[in-house]
Design a protein around this ligand. Structure first.
Ligand code: OAD
Length: 261
């Protein structure tokens, strides 16, 4: 973006011809909704230890502590709304034949904003499942099961459906995200420090497969040197401005079913 708030002609022209657009998001995407990020000065991992809270062994050792933490996060996330950046991405979806978001966020805000094709790489805090038999539980069901909820069928411990350190990403979500990155004409990496793998490999993959790759962040990251363009700023401000300058005539007719890559 230049000094007068316009995006580069290169980006606008790439978007005009882009049939496939992929987006990769991280905690910075939700920062303006009031969800704290993980790293940086006020980051969650500055105050709490991931090895005590976001780790399967820690959960088995002290499920009550881990549940207190996730109940706190569930409560925080239940009270927040998507920001202008989430809504702008939802608006961009109808401008391309194939558009998908691979998110590291567990907060459900992309869906709440109206995006349809979302690959949740690190799970969703609104879901829970039994570590014994895999049965799913809603938060409402969980509320009836006490501080350390156990499965009514097999008595296994119930855990939040989020990916913890050392765990594999959900295979279907990951495969779809890789396909989207490999096939994208334009790819955006938004609000992520690009340090947690394998997720952080997606924009690199997109770039090596030939996409025009744009990073949006309030500061440069490890990924910046690989990007074709780096836009420094808040995603809640940059994305609505980009949507305003979007090339005309790219709308997919209303009523089309949601597309997947
Ligand atoms: P981080 O906290 O590591 O990074 C957030 C990024 O967002 C930083 O690069 C900030 O500069 C940037 N940022 C902050 N506010 C922004 C704004 N308004 N607009 C644009 N950018 C902004 O979060 P992630 O990269 O998402 O994993 O972290 C990746 C994973 O590490 C998370 O999914 C989580 C965590 O441990 C698991 O829990 C498995």
């Amino acid at each position: 973006m230049n000094g007068n708030g316009s995006f580069s002609p290169e980006l606008i022209s790439r978007l005009e011809g882009a049939e496939r657009v992929g987006v990769f998001t991280g905690a910075g995407m939700s920062a303006e909704s009031g969800v704290p990020t993980f790293r940086g000065e006020d980051g969650i991992w500055k105050k709490f230890k991931p090895e005590e809270l976001a780790n399967f062994d820690a959960f088995m050792r002290n499920p009550q502590l881990v549940w207190e933490w996730y109940n706190h996060r569930k409560h925080l996330i239940a009270g927040i709304e998507p920001n202008a950046g989430h809504y702008a991405l939802a608006g961009m979806e109808s401008r391309h034949r194939y558009f998908s978001i691979a998110t590291q966020n567990i907060d459900n805000l992309h869906r709440k904003a109206g995006s349809r094709t979302i690959h949740e790489l690190h799970g969703n805090i609104g879901r829970n499942y039994c570590t014994g038999c895999g049965a799913y539980y809603t938060d409402a069901q969980l509320a009836l099961l006490g501080n350390v909820p156990k499965c009514s069928a097999c008595r296994g411990l119930i855990r939040p459906d989020v990916v913890w350190f050392g765990e594999m990403l959900p295979v279907d979500e990951w495969d779809a995200a890789v396909r989207a990155a490999e096939r994208a004409d334009v790819y955006f990496s938004i609000g992520t420090s690009s340090v947690v793998y394998p997720a952080a490999s997606l924009p690199v993959l997109a770039k090596s497969a030939g996409a025009y790759v744009v990073e949006m962040n309030i500061e440069r990251t490890d990924f910046s040197r690989h990007a074709d363009e780096v836009m420094i700023g808040k995603s809640g401000e940059l994305l609505p401005r980009l949507l305003e300058q979007y090339p005309r005539g790219t709308d997919i007719p209303v009523g089309q079913p949601p597309y997947t890559l």
